[in-house]
Write a protein that binds this ligand. Structure first.
Ligand code: OSB
Ligand code: MG
Length: 374
């Protein structure tokens, strides 16, 4: 039984080492809402909200998430005792439509708290089976193809197991060609367009189909299934859905319509871990591989992603890069590292997410705070 007695939301401003450019915008600072939960027995749980400043990935933003956490999620969580973290998402879904990032933030904190309370790792609590997870890297759009190829080569040499190139019209075929040429025919390359194309761009997408890519992520509209299905019929490259998958129902839609052959699960986008586990299981039953995407999380959100990626059907490398790929200093100790084989160790030897929030660092970065008590 979990009865939460206190919730603290802190908005932190965490500067990226270098700007991250995708087809829909640039980020140089993450405005992350950090969630701290405490239950009546004194157990603590931590999580992050993945929403960011602008609505150019999904409709939710940091400010909208702050409002919904304040108005609805916190009062809902404090309103009753839950049998376990599994009960949280159905409860939040009942009378609150959408707002999956805000829901995920509190829901994942409940799982983390429960794992700590049971004295087991978050990975084990979720049903994880891996002791280490394979890691890829997502490279933002660069000034020119040569620069992108040079960066991709460095990352491959560092051990990353999948190289994801962000693309947009005008920075696509030539860029991917340069990387394929530099890295060789077998390097594990993929592209992510963040909705920058339509079916009118079929000629470009057909050219990209010639590069032996591991997948093409969300090339078409952010909430589409039908046109992705049309595209998938034409491509040999598997289409992977990211933005379109906001929960189990949308995964059923994808399977029914054959909108893609791979799913990117970001727990922070789909409403949390219950939803992620349901999508994972459904995909596994249907021979659809999944992988864990990223939202430039700080070390707490990263811990949640690592735990999820330890489940059996996460058979493709995730966008779960080590702390120093993003930050001069992370918000957890120890920071996340990757070995030279591109593997991140799943922390299994301590209760919960396996890293501790660096409270001094978090306080230093905090710009606003909201506290709720039973
Ligand atoms: O589309 O996967 C995406 C970052 C922010 C918003 C959307 C996306 C991304 C990434 C970064 O690709 C992945 C990471 O966290 O390293
Ligand atoms: Mg994506």
């Amino acid at each position: 039984m979990i009865q939460i007695k206190k919730i603290i939301f802190r908005e932190i401003h965490l500067p990226l080492k270098e700007p991250f450019v995708i087809s829909s915008g640039v980020q140089d600072l993450r405005r992350i809402i950090v969630v701290e939960l405490e239950d009546v027995d004194g157990a603590i749980g931590w999580s992050e909200c993945v929403a960011d400043e602008l609505p150019n990935y999904m409709p939710e933003t940091t400010d909208i998430a702050w409002l919904t956490l304040h108005e609805w999620m916190a009062p809902a969580i404090l309103s009753q005792a839950f049998d376990g973290p599994e009960a949280v998402y159905p409860f939040l879904q009942k009378d609150i439509r959408g707002h999956f990032m805000a829901k995920a933030a509190v829901e994942m904190g409940m799982w983390e708290l429960d794992a700590r309370k049971q004295g087991i790792s978050l990975s084990k609590r979720l049903g994880g089976t891996r002791t280490e997870i394979a890691t890829g890297i997502s490279i933002g759009i660069q000034e020119n193809p040569q620069r992108l190829a040079a960066k991709a080569g460095q990352y491959l040499a560092q051990g990353y197991r999948k190289i994801k190139l962000k693309i947009k019209p005008g920075a696509d075929v030539e860029y991917v060609a340069a990387v394929r040429e530099a890295l060789g025919p077998d390097a594990p390359l993929m592209v992510d367009a963040n909705n920058a194309y339509t079916l009118d761009d079929l000629d470009v997408l057909m050219q990209l189909d010639q590069f032996n890519l591991v997948m093409m992520e969300q090339p078409l509209a952010w909430d589409d299934y039908v046109q992705h299905a049309e595209l998938q019929r034409r491509l040999k490259t598997p289409v992977c859905l990211d933005e379109s998958i906001t929960g189990i129902e949308r995964t059923h839609d994808m399977l029914t319509l054959k909108s893609g052959r791979i799913v990117n699960i970001k727990p922070g986008r789909v409403g949390g871990f219950s939803s992620s586990l349901a999508i994972h299981d459904l995909c596994m039953k249907n021979d659809i591989p999944v992988w864990c995407g990223g939202m430039l999380e700080g070390g707490i959100g990263r811990a949640h992603n690592v735990a999820l990626a330890s489940l059996p059907n996460f058979t493709l490398p995730g966008d779960v890069s080590p702390s120093d790929r993003y930050w001069a200093q992370d918000i957890v100790t120890p920071e996340w590292t990757m070995n030279s084989q591109g593997m991140v160790t799943v922390p299994l030897d301590q209760p919960g997410m396996g890293v501790e929030p660096d409270l001094d660092r978090i306080e230093d970065l905090t710009v606003k705070r909201d506290t709720f008590k039973l």
